[in-house]
Design a protein around this ligand. Structure first.
Ligand code: NAP
Length: 319
């Protein structure tokens, strides 16, 4: 089978398409013919070596969608021919930038007929992350006011939709005017330019000066100070990336606010979360916006674009 691999850490140029042996599913695994794989920023960090060592050569991709072609022993819920969504594979389990992947049953959910492979492949991790942060950890409620940083991104575009569907007022940010217009159409009530020097004031003004009950932050070192300016008393910041700067204690006390981290790597059993995401897709509360699709030979370009940003939603790689 064909698989995108890198044999050494480095720039996007180290990615190449190799002919490799098709994996055999072990007990508890299904062999999935991958039709689409999500391009996630974390894959870039693995490729450069910044996210710790992986066994080389390595295939990128922890998420995707495809069709089950066979199963190992003790697989109960999936049979040959099932359309599936794959999410949360770790690098030791192989990657989804390949024609086939042997995937633990705990990282699979059924993909409804009406959801395309591209959409299913794109939404697993970002949908599960947004849902976990907003619903499970923060307990978002109808009427809450929420600031979602980076509503144009993968997690952000899912978070805007999930928060909006739960009845919250969503304030969010994006880098370009075009992206801001598109994110507005996903359900955000206010979309601001993250480069604006009056971002905190503008976000506060959008709440009539009251502040937000909840912030979803993806760059904590950069934004924690702003988060505390914008949070209402007793509010919560949920972080999916970054560390709490050491000097933040004073603001924390003043606002009686909390900061909590969400780390999906700590959630190896993904099926229940993926089933949630699928239900949101089925109800029309969540749509995966696929901004662009790349072939395996264009995987380097896809990984460059995911860092450059400037689009709304997700990039996808297909065989
Ligand atoms: N903790 C976890 O389990 C977990 C799970 C998923 C993701 N993550 C991490 O969370 C982060 C976001 O993931 P993602 O998949 O959503 O990435 P993504 O699709 O690349 O989105 C990045 C977002 O950041 C925005 N952005 C760029 N520069 C910014 C700035 N200076 N200020 C504010 N926003 C800015 C981009 O806006 P424009 O494109 O409009 O410029 C875009 O909306 C990544 O670091 C990822 O590794 C963590």
């Amino acid at each position: 089978m064909r698989a995108v691999r890198y044999h050494e850490y480095g720039s996007a140029d180290v990615l190449q398409v190799d002919d490799v042996e098709r994996p055999t599913p072990a007990a508890g695994e299904a062999l999935v013919e991958i039709r689409a794989a999500s391009v996630n920023p974390v894959d870039v960090l693995f490729r450069t070596g910044e996210y710790g060592e992986v066994s080389l050569p390595s295939t990128p991709g922890g998420d995707g969608a495809g069709v089950v072609v066979s199963t190992g022993e003790a697989v109960d819920r999936f049979v040959e021919g099932d359309r599936v969504i794959v999410s949360g594979m770790d690098r030791a389990e192989g990657g989804t930038f390949a024609e086939y992947a042997a995937v633990p049953e705990s990282k699979l959910a059924h993909l409804p007929e009406e959801v395309s492979f591209e959409a299913g492949g794109a939404i697993g991790n970002v949908g599960a992350t947004a849902w976990t942060a907003l619903e499970e950890v923060a307990g978002i409620k109808a009427g809450d006011r929420v600031l979602v940083h980076g509503g144009s991104g993968g997690v952000g575009h899912a978070a805007v939709q999930i928060a909006s569907a739960s009845g919250a007022d969503v304030i969010t940010t994006a880098g370009s005017k075009t992206a801001r217009e598109r994110v507005h159409n996903l359900g955000a009530t206010t979309v601001l330019d993250y480069e604006s020097e009056t971002l905190a004031e503008d976000a506060l003004a959008a709440t009539g000066g009251d502040g937000v009950e909840l912030v979803l932050d993806h760059r904590l070192e950069e934004y924690l100070g702003l988060d505390f300016e914008v949070l209402a008393e007793g509010g919560h910041t949920v972080s999916i990336m970054g560390h709490v700067p050491e000097t933040s204690g004073v603001s924390l006390y003043k606002k009686q606010a909390t900061v909590q981290a969400v780390q999906m790597d700590a959630r190896p059993v993904r099926t229940p979360l993926l089933q949630r995401v699928v239900r949101l897709l089925e109800r029309g509360d969540l749509t995966a916006v696929v901004a662009d699709t790349y072939g395996f030979e264009e995987a380097s370009q896809a990984q460059r674009e995911v860092l450059a940003g400037g689009y709304v939603g997700k990039l996808v790689v297909t065989p």
